[in-house]
Design a protein around this ligand. Structure first.
Ligand SMILES: Cc1cc2nc3c(=O)[nH]c(=O)nc-3n(C[C@H](O)[C@H](O)[C@H](O)COP(=O)(O)OP(=O)(O)OC[C@H]3O[C@@H](n4cnc5c(N)ncnc54)[C@H](O)[C@@H]3O)c2cc1C
Ligand SMILES: NC(=O)c1ccc[n+]([C@@H]2O[C@H](COP(=O)([O-])OP(=O)(O)OC[C@H]3O[C@@H](n4cnc5c(N)ncnc54)[C@H](O)[C@@H]3O)[C@@H](O)[C@H]2O)c1
Length: 508
């Protein structure tokens, strides 16, 4: 999909007439769809969404809010998709709980808070995580009811471009018909040759979120978002964590300077990295798991032992059993569904959003896709700009970024300025004794327009949003610098970095 701003364009009359429908009995009948393209038969939907993750459930709610008759089909029995059930939410719950334990054992004493013993109650920690998940997933069912979204629990597959046959979770089959069908079936873990996930000793993120014991040695394959977040969780709870990464660097999408500092911060927390290394095979026949490793470029093999191995080498679009081939939806080589700027596939009336299409595999991006897709369907204007999607790694410190890295700016040949400010010089960070990190801003030399912002700090995932807004509205570094920021806050480091970009900072 074109990454450029899908902005302020009239959706006009792009909806095509689709006038052949069939029901379960095979009876065919036809009717005309009006110029706005909404259904005219009482049992048909204007919008059917397959998948109830952040892309799908948000699209369904937005469609209903726009007055469209909407049904959402979800196979897992609960709403919220990967993100709420086995992704963003449970991982952030465990990151928070494990951070509290780590603070208690490493930092409280220096703040004058002492107690005789601290221990981890893993079942209670998991229970807290499960409670957060179930509260939120049930909350979405409530939102569906409130917005009158029809919810069908079952596995959906296309029988035609306007009909989805659903194998219901409690048995039976329903055919759901819709004028417009949105595929929001998300993604699944990418498997590696020679590594079979059993979710006990060789786990995906799903298994890593539900381990019954703290592994003595955890080997993580892949130094991306999942590997670093889940590695942090178990490392804080006491595991020796070794991260094996094929590439020369951790999180390849990050600005190199910030990434280096980030890696050092994680190493201080005793996370070990084996970069430029690949896993050749995994042997689970003994009491411990033995991984055979090799330099990415080839060379001598070594053996690494582990109690648990986390496979986090990326995710792939999930379209199994959906019947895409039956209706002729085009995908790329990686299996991602190809869509145009309105999220329309090559099959009229069939759309796709979220992890199943090209673009960042992030929950907030899927949500933006969902809203824009439905707005286009409703004849309104949709707007998503993938260049403005922030990325956040929720470790401690967190790393958050939006826009271009310094490497990207250089490779585009843009004349630029850099402004940096370390949290060591930020009063709030010093006050709370949590001052590891930096804000780095890149701006075009001639216009001072902000091109990218990179933050490593506690709560960087919250701090980044003024930068996202600035980028979205084409702000300059001076715009941020001249905006009054409350004192004492971490956000003042963003202001100071902005001052350093176009002029000079005060506090360093
Ligand atoms: C461990 C982990 C942590 C993550 N943390 C973050 C984070 O902190 N922030 C962030 O932005 N992103 C995070 N992500 C990524 C985020 O979860 C995804 O980007 C997001 O869930 C994508 O939303 P989606 O709606 O496209 O797909 P999904 O959330 O995957 O939802 C798709 C849904 O479709 C259902 N489905 C699939 N096929 C069918 C079918 N044929 N019929 C019916 N239903 C079907 C699935 O059961 C699923 O519930 C994380 C991912 C993981 C694995
Ligand atoms: N905080 C967040 O927003 C968050 C958290 C978790 C997951 N996610 C999303 O989920 C997706 C999947 O996460 P992920 O961490 O699995 O993928 P990722 O793409 O973030 O990282 C995968 C890493 O594995 C490495 N790799 C690939 N093949 C390898 C191999 N054979 N051996 C060793 N290393 C290998 C890659 O070089 C890369 O660094 C991400 O794209 C991310 O968007 C986001």
């Amino acid at each position: 999909m074109a990454m450029a701003t899908i902005a302020r364009r009239k959706a006009s009359t792009f909806l095509t007439s689709r006038n052949l429908y069939s029901n379960t009995t095979g009876l065919k009948y036809s009717f005309f769809i009006g110029s706005r393209g909404f259904a005219t038969s009482s049992d048909d939907n204007d919008v059917v969404v397959i998948g109830g993750g952040p892309g799908g459930y948000v699209a369904a709610i937005k469609a209903a809010q726009l007055g469209l008759k909407t049904t959402c089909i979800e196979k897992r029995g609960t709403l919220g998709g990967t993100c709420l059930n086995v992704g963003c939410i449970p991982s952030k719950a465990l990151l928070h709980s494990s951070h509290m334990y780590h603070e208690a054992t490493h930092s409280f004493a220096s703040h004058g808070v002492k107690f005789s013993s601290v221990e981890v109650d893993l079942p209670a920690m998991m229970g807290q995580k499960d409670k957060a998940v179930s509260n939120l997933t049930k909350g979405i069912e409530g939102l569906f009811k409130k917005n009158k979204v029809n919810y069908v629990k079952g596995y959906g597959k296309f029988v035609s471009p306007s009909e989805v046959s659903v194998d219901n979770v409690d048995g039976g089959n329903t055919v759901v018909k819709g004028k417009n069908i949105i595929i929001a079936t998300g993604s699944d873990v990418k498997s590696l040759p020679g590594v079979t996930i059993d979710e006990e000793r060789i786990v995906s993120s799903t298994g890593a979120l539900a381990l019954k014991e703290i592994p003595k040695r955890l080997v993580v394959i892949g130094a991306g978002y999942i590997g670093l977040e889940m590695g942090s969780v178990w490392g804080r709870l006491g595991s020796q964590v070794t991260v094996v990464e094929f590439a020369p660097d951790i999180v390849p999408t990050m600005d190199a300077e910030v990434r280096k500092q980030f890696q050092r911060a994680l190493e201080k927390q005793k996370m070990k990295f084996m970069l430029k290394t690949k896993v050749v095979s995994v042997d689970t026949s003994g009491d411990t798991v033995k991984l055979t490793l090799e330099p990415s470029a080839g060379g001598d093999q070594t053996i690494l032992e582990a109690d648990v191995v986390l496979v986090s080498a990326g995710r792939v679009p999930f379209t199994a059993g959906l019947g895409l081939e039956k209706i002729g939806v085009e995908t790329d080589k990686g299996g991602r569904i190809l869509v145009n700027h309105k999220f329309a596939t090559n099959v009229p009336g069939v759309y796709a959003i979220g992890d199943v299409i090209p673009g960042p595999m992030l929950a907030h991006k899927a949500e933006e896709d969902g809203v824009a897709c439905v707005e286009f369907i409703a004849g309104k204007e949709g707007h998503v700009d993938y260049d403005m999607v922030p990325g956040v790694v929720y470790t401690h410190p967190e790393v958050a970024y939006v826009g271009k890295t310094e490497e990207q700016v250089k490779s585009l040949g843009i004349d630029y300025r850099v402004g940096k400010f370390p949290f060591m010089a930020n009063s709030r960070a010093k006050a709370i004794d949590d001052a590891e990190g930096i804000v780095k801003i890149l701006a075009e030399k001639e216009t001072d327009k902000i091109l990218g912002v990179h933050i490593m700090s506690p709560n960087a995932g919250e701090l980044i949003h003024e930068a996202v807004l600035a980028l979205q509205y084409g702000a300059s570094s001076e715009d941020i610098a001249r905006t009054c920021h409350a004192h004492p806050t971490m956000s003042e480091a963003v202001k100071e970095a902005a001052m350093a970009t176009y002029d000079k900072p005060i506090h360093i």
